[in-house]
Design a protein. Structure first.
Length: 94
């Protein structure tokens, strides 16, 4: 029953990417939330990996000569979810 959860995350990520790609651009919160939701979608279903190139390509195409700051904000949003999960996952080396 993970389909509704994944679909919700994917739709929110699409909405946030469109808000960020507008002519005026989005705020930092939009980009951070986009990275967070894209990571949550990837954790929910493996096919969520396909969101990353599609949505980032959309934003990069819109920015063109803009600053790399929005891309850094998306990565920071992804790190908000990714880092705690990696820290709390026990890893043992044999």
């Amino acid at each position: 029953m993970q389909e509704p959860v994944f679909t919700s995350f994917a739709l929110v990520a699409l909405l946030l990417s469109e808000r960020g790609a507008r002519v005026g651009g989005g705020s930092v919160r939009v980009y951070v939330a986009m990275g967070f939701v894209m990571t949550a979608a990837t954790f929910t279903r493996t096919i969520g990996v396909a969101l990353w190139p599609a949505l980032l390509l959309r934003l990069v195409w819109r920015w063109r000569a803009g600053s790399p700051f929005p891309l850094a904000a998306v990565v920071a949003g992804a790190a908000l979810l990714l880092v705690p999960v990696l820290i709390s996952t026990p890893v043992t080396l044999a």
